[in-house]
Design a protein around this ligand. Structure first.
Ligand SMILES: Nc1nc2c(c(=O)[nH]1)N[C@H]1C(S)=C(S)[C@@H](COP(=O)(O)OP(=O)(O)OC[C@H]3O[C@@H](n4cnc5c(=O)[nH]c(N)nc54)[C@H](O)[C@@H]3O)O[C@H]1N2
Ligand SMILES: Nc1nc2c(c(=O)[nH]1)N[C@H]1C(S)=C(S)[C@@H](COP(=O)(O)OP(=O)(O)OC[C@H]3O[C@@H](n4cnc5c(=O)[nH]c(N)nc54)[C@H](O)[C@@H]3O)O[C@H]1N2
Ligand SMILES: [Mo]
Length: 674
């Protein structure tokens, strides 16, 4: 029996360190590594079940397969690689390299994946992606204010008196930061959650505010205005370390406190309490992905940064506004060799369906690794149509999914239990080694091996050659320069020196003037054209005014409910466990009064419609859901009738090229209304 160290590559902030037990070539269990200073022996239930759910799952594809007359057929690697290489050369010759799209998903983002891009650059270039379906908007906002988005090391939240969890659900999505938050709370810190949905995190917090979705800018503005009104701002910081304060104050002066309270739909008295406990710092704000999902999401982040600045919480231990980290941040991107490609074209990930359909020269071949864009990008049906419009789609994955319906060639990939690699994280500064715990299942191969073989056939094998360790030494060079040697790095997880626990503690920012930039332009013009029609307020929901708005929902046919789709508890991304692999209905949480007005009740089936599509859903009556939105989870598959993105509209955020999933407005129809 052997114990081998590796780490989890699921798309999750933890990048948990794992100890795998192997008995006679078979992996018998996965356990958390107690020696990891951050993940500390913990492993989530989804990764604990990885062996059964994914690794040894009989549905896992273990051989290359090709679609012929709509049916998948097994072929050899030799044939598969030759077909792929032939298609690639053929299409380049006829249509140029830009007619190939390389789509890299979020399924596994370890260091060696940088070389995937190298392959396409050596090929002469291809179309690749810009923007993201994950974050983006927040990065853009924070870069405008701070120069760079740098988050506090999670352990710094232990120094907070107050932690505001803003648009995030760490009790489900990041169990390690959640552990720190719980510890801080045990030590006396207060925990406030700001989320329109009553999540697991919200339930476990001291206070939960349920604002009107998309309007958090007003909430942050109200808090800042209260602080300024009371004369409790950090004048020293404002005077010496910031710019644009006057313009910012002018923006605040355009609104009364009462107006701001109405806009975010939180009573002024509550906002006063919140502002005052926030002042009793140090107070940290931990922002989540919920805030990225709006057309003007960057403004929310900018207003939150400004609030932290006014209150003296920037550059302070236990303070700050933390978003996350860059999982590729410690590795050397130069090996992607962008400069080698004479041809470059970038298509937007948030609106990838439309971009493919509009592309000129057209996209002829799509090469996809570790992603499920048909199910996970907005406007699934359009993405599906776009992928189908290509002559040939190659995908590298472990399982068939919604996107594989559009694929022609499927190349089976190894998992983090079969490869050597290094793994960063978007939840902390620790880099962990991956080690081959067992031999690859079936004929599965690493992405590196696949690209190296293709490069050999295509005639540039030398430029891709090297074993994983040789490449890791190059990719990890920025880490090695910090004094950690490769042997050490491959041996155990390491907190990489350099990034401070408390960023900006010298009050020097990465902006041109080195000063914090207050937001100096603010134009909301209401996130969504439909939202004004349905401005419910939580407190006086029984008022006549609100009653007439409910009538509106029923009669006008308006798309007046905002569709929120949040992370599922039981799995990550669209990696659905077997138990959930059944056709059924997406469950939709709706407030009982809305249901009543529609003549629907708990458990009913109904049609949910947006401008992009419709889906039969199962209604779950939920008094904790706001009356201006409905909520469900993301990650379900189209083939199971559970894919929320059949409804989401494809748009791109105003800044940061993010994906405003939550701008989608929907209506509910009874089945019999057909
Ligand atoms: N179990 C599990 N864990 C995961 C994932 C998973 O699929 N499953 N996915 C991983 C990925 S890819 C990511 S990016 C992270 C995301 O991590 P989180 O950000 O924690 O995940 P979400 O569930 O998107 O949480 C966003 C929250 O924002 C709220 N929200 C929506 N609109 C607003 C608004 O206008 N204002 C405010 N204040 N809140 C709003 C939503 O109701 C939701 O509760 O999680 C990672 N972890
Ligand atoms: N409505 C709505 N949609 C959303 C979101 C939302 O909040 N609401 N969130 C968005 C966010 S935050 C994200 S990050 C995206 C995620 O979007 P995607 O990255 O497209 O989706 P995943 O389900 O994470 O895709 C993972 C795929 O990678 C495969 N995979 C896993 N490990 C490996 C590996 O080691 N090698 C290879 N080759 N393949 C592997 C899995 O089998 C799976 O098919 O979804 C976005 N979509
Ligand atoms: Mo994400």
């Amino acid at each position: 029996m052997k114990k081998i160290l590796t780490a989890c590559t699921k798309d999750c902030p933890g990048s948990c360190s794992i100890i795998a037990t192997v008995d006679d070539g078979e992996i018998t269990s996965l356990n958390g590594n107690p020696d990891h200073t951050y993940t500390q022996g913990f492993l989530c239930s989804s990764t604990s079940k990885f062996l059964k759910d994914r690794f040894y799952n009989p549905q896992r594809i273990l051989h290359p397969i090709i679609k012929k007359n709509g049916e998948w057929e097994r072929i050899s690697w030799g044939e598969a690689l030759q077909i792929a290489a032939d298609k690639i050369s053929e299409i380049i010759l006829e249509h140029g390299p830009e007619s190939i799209l390389y789509y890299q998903g979020f399924g596994a983002r370890s260091a060696l994946r940088i070389l995937n891009r190298r392959f396409f650059n050596l090929l002469g270039g291809a179309s690749t992606l810009y923007g993201t379906v994950c974050g983006g908007t927040g990065q853009a906002g924070q870069e405008m204010d701070l120069g760079e988005r740098i988050s506090h090391d999670p352990i710094d939240h232990l120094n907070s008196n107050l932690i505001i969890i803003w648009g995030r659900n760490p009790a489900v999505t990041d169990l390690h930061i959640w552990k720190i938050i719980k510890k801080a709370r045990k030590n006396g810190a207060k925990v406030v959650t700001i989320d329109p949905v009553k999540t697991r995190t919200a339930r476990a917090s001291d206070i939960h505010y349920q604002p009107k979705p998309g309007n958090d800018s007003y909430l942050a503005m109200a808090m800042a205005k209260i602080i300024l009104k009371e004369g409790l701002e950090d004048q020293e910081f404002i005077e010496n370390h910031s710019e644009n304060f006057d313009q910012y104050q002018k923006i605040l002066n355009d609104y009364t406190l009462e107006e701001l309270a109405v806009k975010c739909d939180i009573p002024l008295s509550e906002l006063e309490i919140l502002a005052n406990i926030y002042l009793n710092g140090p107070s940290s704000i931990i922002t989540g992905w919920g805030l990225h999902r709006y057309l003007k999401g960057h403004l929310i982040f900018r207003m939150i940064d400004a609030l932290a600045a006014v209150s003296g919480n920037l550059g302070v231990s236990g303070g700050g506004v933390s978003q996350g980290f860059d999982e590729f941040g410690f590795f050397d991107d130069k090996w992607a060799a962008e400069e080698l490609a004479p041809h470059h074209r970038k298509l937007p990930m948030p609106t990838i369906g439309q971009a493919i359909l509009d592309a000129e020269p057209p996209i002829k071949l799509i090469f996809l690794t570790a992603g499920n864009p048909v199910a996970m990008c907005p406007n699934s049906m359009k993405v599906k149509k776009a992928f189908k419009s290509a002559d040939f789609v190659i995908m590298v994955d472990q399982f068939l999914n919604d996107t594989s319906q559009t694929a022609d060639l499927f190349l089976p990939a190894t998992t983090f239990l079969e490869d050597q690699d290094l793994l960063g994280a978007y939840g902390h500064h620790i880099v962990s080694p991956l080690n081959p715990v067992a031999d690859p299942q079936g004929e599965c191969k690493s992405e590196l091996w696949i690209f190296q073989q293709l490069a050999n056939i295509l005639g540039f094998g030398n430029d891709m050659a090297g074993n994983s360790q040789q490449w890791l030494e190059k990719l990890a060079d920025p880490i090695l320069k910090k004094g950690i040697n490769l042997e050490n790095l491959l041996e155990k997880p390491q907190r990489i020196p350099g990034p401070p626990v408390t960023p900006y503690s010298d009050k020097q920012f990465f902006t041109e003037s080195r000063k914090f930039q207050f937001i100096n332009e603010f134009e909301m013009n209401e996130c969504n054209q439909y939202s004004e029609k349905n401005e419910f307020t939580q407190d006086n929901f029984s008022s006549k005014e609100n009653d007439s708005k409910i009538e509106n929902i029923r009669d006008s046919g308006d798309y007046s409910l905002r569709l929120l789709s949040i992370m599922p508890e039981k799995w990550v991304g669209s990696e659905i466990p077997d138990k959930e692999m059944v056709k059924g209905h997406l469950e939709l949480k709706v407030h009982p009064q809305i249901l009543e007005s529609l003549g629907l009740k708990n458990g009913d089936l109904a049609i949910l419609e947006s401008k992009s599509g419709s889906l039969e859903v199962k209604i779950s009556s939920d008094p904790d859901t706001r009356k201006d939105c409905v909520s469900t989870y993301r990650g379900g598959w189209i083939v199971h009738n559970k894919c929320v993105n059949v409804l989401t509209e494809d748009m791109i955020s105003e800044k940061g090229n993010g994906t405003p999933y939550y701008e989608t407005m929907v209506r509910i129809r009874k089945l019999s209304d057909n």
